[in-house]
Design a protein around this ligand. Structure first.
Ligand SMILES: Nc1nc2c(c(=O)[nH]1)N[C@H]1C(S)=C(S)[C@@H](COP(=O)(O)O)O[C@H]1N2
Ligand SMILES: [Mo]
Length: 314
């Protein structure tokens, strides 16, 4: 595997799906044996489940499209904290301890707080929302998330009038996240949204998928899902939320400012400097599809960007 330095880092510079499939088929017999051995610990984890998954209700905005398989969603991942290869997160993310978990909320809020995951979840009814996810690399999936609107969480901390942006941080712990031993990104992973984007009813805090607890490789125990933006805006395993007056700099923008802007809205008319964004490959399909403006969520979100030059604010 290539070791990347910040100057030659690129999201496209990763294992293509076909190679990944072949490799995985090759590994499968070995994995089946390993799976049998850890069966016991999986059972005890189920018993301590922190989510009321039997009470999940269908939510709004779900895509009426064929869902990507559970297997693909949980084994073809980007989670650089566990390595840059697509199969690395599924192999290494079991090292992440998600219970106990707490999230610190600071900055421009009336009620700063450190909350346990249980505190965060308690007042929120869980919904299932089937969203398209479009990675900047050119592939996409359809994922049935379990979660609740980020807006409902934000309101509890009472942002001040100075809160124009919100910044999120992933856990930083080299012991649990071996990928952080390499400086492929400026750790901890950071992302940001404008306040109106964060408060938009499409923006989700996800805690599960396919009716189950979120697997670690998908960002357990809680992650963002912002379906009209490229996948990297949907930050995983969040431990910090900070409300700010000034625009935060995300890890990807810091790594390559000409390639990854703050907005990163899915836009087939604005190419990445090194490849087109006009088409995408839906994982599990053979022919490519046309990429839709705002990933097909234009009706809901286009008004957030009225009057903005989206070539400039990419
Ligand atoms: N902390 C963290 N969050 C992250 C990433 C990452 O490397 N680290 N990768 C992003 C990218 S590039 C994508 S496409 C999505 C992938 O989410 P999934 O693996 O659940 O499909 O997670 C995003 N969130
Ligand atoms: Mo991505």
């Amino acid at each position: 595997m290539l070791i990347k330095t910040p100057t030659d880092l690129s999201e496209s510079d990763v294992t293509p799906y076909e190679i990944y499939r072949q490799r995985r088929r090759f590994l499968q017999s070995g994995l089946a044996i390993a799976g049998a051995a850890i069966g016991g610990s999986l059972l005890s984890r189920d018993a301590s489940a922190r989510l009321e998954l039997d009470r999940v209700k269908p939510g709004p905005y779900s895509a009426d499209e064929e869902k990507t398989s559970y297997e693909d969603i949980t084994s073809y991942n980007n989670f650089y904290e566990f390595g840059v290869d697509k199969s690395d997160p599924a192999r290494h993310a079991h090292k992440l301890v998600t219970d106990p978990w707490s999230v610190t909320v600071t900055g421009e809020v009336e009620k700063p707080a450190t909350c346990t995951l249980e505190d965060i979840l308690r007042p929120h009814a869980l919904e299932e929302r089937i969203y398209r996810l479009r990675c900047v690399e050119g592939w996409s999936m359809v994922i049935p998330w379990v979660g609740f609107p980020l807006a409902d969480l934000i309101k509890r901390f009472q942002p001040t009038s100075k809160a124009k942006y919100v910044e999120f941080e992933t856990l930083y712990d080299k012991k649990q996240m071996p990928g952080q031993r390499r400086r492929v990104l400026d750790w901890p992973y950071r992302e940001g949204l404008r306040m109106d984007e964060a408060m938009h009813p499409l923006t989700l805090v996800a805690v599960g998928l396919y009716g189950k607890e979120l697997p670690n490789q998908n960002g357990a125990p809680l992650r963002l899902v912002v379906p009209w933006k490229y996948g990297f805006k949907s930050i995983k395993s969040i431990v910090k939320i900070r409300f700010r007056e000034t625009q935060p700099t995300s890890s990807w923008t810091r790594a390559a400012p000409r390639e990854y802007g703050f907005y990163s809205n899915v836009n087939p008319n604005v190419s990445h400097p090194r490849w087109s964004q006009k088409r995408e490959r839906r994982i599990g399909e053979f022919l490519k599809r046309k990429t839709l403006m705002f990933n097909g969520y234009g009706e809901q979100v286009a008004s957030l960007y009225t009057g903005m030059d989206l070539k400039k604010y990419f």
